[in-house]
Design a protein around this ligand. Sequence first.
Ligand SMILES: [Zn+2]
Ligand SMILES: [Zn+2]
Ligand SMILES: [Zn+2]
Ligand SMILES: [Zn+2]
Ligand SMILES: [Zn+2]
Length: 502
Amino acid sequence: MGRRKKNAKKISGVTQKIYESNIKKTEKSNSDKKEIVEQKEENIFILKTVIDVYSRMKLPLVHSTQHRASDDSDEEEDTLELNFWPRFVFVSNLCLICMERSKETCESCGMVSYCTVKHKKEGWSKHRDLCKLLTEVCTTGEGLSLLPKLTADDYRVYRLKLIEIVECRLVRSLELWEKEILLYPRVCRSCRCFSKDLRCCSICGIELFCENHKSGHEEWCREFQVFGRILIMQHKNGYVNPEIPDTIQKSPLYMPNNLDTLMAQLYSCSTYYRSMDCYTYCSLSHISTIPLTTLYSMQISCQDWEIIDTLVVHIIGAEFHFECINLYVWETFFLHLLPNLKHLRLMFIGPEMRLPMVPLNLLTAVKMCPACKSSNRRVKVSFHPGKFYHDFYHSEQFIKPHIVCLFNPGLYRETGFDGRDTWPETIKKICKTKVPVCVTSYTKHEIPREMIRIKSIADVETILEPRKNPFASIKPDRNFVSDDTVPLIYKNYYLAIIKGKS
Ligand SMILES: [Zn+2]
Ligand SMILES: [Zn+2]
Ligand SMILES: [Zn+2]
Ligand SMILES: [Zn+2]
Ligand SMILES: [Zn+2]
C-alpha cells in the first residue's frame, strides 16, 4: 500500500473526492476484518486519483496500449466490427471545413462560418447551392426575423418547415449536417435574434448571444467546452475504441454512486486511465452507459444480484446504433464484475429497431475473453425487430426477465409508432412481468412525465424515485426536442426504477 500511495502523489490534475458510501458498501460485502482494512486503504487510494472529464480536456488523444485478450487467440472468430467515419456535425460557430473556431461568416446567408478567409474560399463550392436557398429562405418573407416571436413549440415546427422548404426547392433531401444549419441556427440563444453582431463565448467558442443577453450561459459553458472538444477530436481522428478495463473480480462488485470513481477503481489508476483524453473518456461512458445503468439498477432492485447465475435482461425500444452495438462491454461489466453469473441473456425488442444487412450470427456474436470462454460462461443475444413488446410477450421466444430496461423512451410524447400510440399496451405487459423496470430520460424535466404516463396506465410501485443517473453518458448532444429547457442532453441522464403490482 505504501508504494502505491507514493505514486498517487505524483499524479497531477486529479480531483480529490471521498465517496463514503462506496467504502461503507465495500465493508458490508466483506466478512474478513483484515480484508476490510485493505479494501478501505485501496478505496482511499483510488478516490484520491479520480480524474473527471473536465480534467481531461487538454489531454491529447490517447493510444491504446493493448489488444483485447481474445484478439490474440488462434481461434478465428466471426464478430462484427462496424467501421465507418463519423459524419460531419454542423455547429454554427465552428468552421465548415476544419471545425476550429470561426472568425468569418458567410456574407450571403450569414448562417455558416469559417476559421479563416482561406477556408471560406475553400468551402464555397461545398456551400454554394445551399447558400443561395438559405439566403432566400432566411431573408424572404419574414424569414428568420420571425424567430423571436415564436413560442418554443412553434419555433421547433418552424425550423422543420424551413428544412422542408429548402429540400423542396433543392429537389433533394438535405444531409444531416445541412439540416443542422436550420435546426441549430446562428441566432442568439436567448431571444433568437439573427444579426451580424452576435458574439460568441470566448471560452467554449460555441454559444452565441446578442448585446442584451450576455449572461446565463455560464451554467452551460463547461458542458459546451466538452462538446466542442469532442467534435474536433472526432473530426480529426474518427471514432475511438476506448480500452475497456479488464478486471475479473473475485467477489461481486458493489458499484459506487459515481462513474469517475468506478472507472478509477476498475482501471486501478493505470497509465492508460491517467492519460485518457476527454473524447475517449466520453466515448467510454457512452458505450458503457447501457450495461452500467442496467447493473446499477439491478443492484438497487434485485435482491439476489450477487448470487444469480443466469440473468435475463429485456431492452425495449432499442436503437440499433446505440444499444445493440459494442455488446462486448456487457461481458466486462457483467461477467467480470459478477463472478457468480454464468449466463447473461440479452433480448432486444422494438418495432422501430432496424438491423443492418449482415448475417444475424455476426450481429449477435459477443467477443469473450479466454477466461470466460474456458469456464463456459456466455452472453447470449437475441434481436426481435419489428415487434411490439406486447406481442413478444405472448410469443414463443419470450423468456421471463429479471429486469426490463426502457432507455430514453419518451413515453410521454404519445406520438407512437406509425401514428398509433402503442405504449399503453406495452406498458401493461411490462408491468405484468412484475420485475423491476429501469426507465431513463435525456433530461431532468422528462422523467417525471414518464412516471406520470406509466402510472396513468398501470399500478406500479416506485423502487427508485427519479434521480440523476451516476452512469449516464457524459457525451453531450444538442437538444432539439426540448431546447427551451436545456441546450445539451445526455443519454440516460435521469433514472427511475418501478415495478408492476398487477
Ligand atoms: Zn477552418
Ligand atoms: Zn452562405
Ligand atoms: Zn438576445
Ligand atoms: Zn462558453
Ligand atoms: Zn470474460
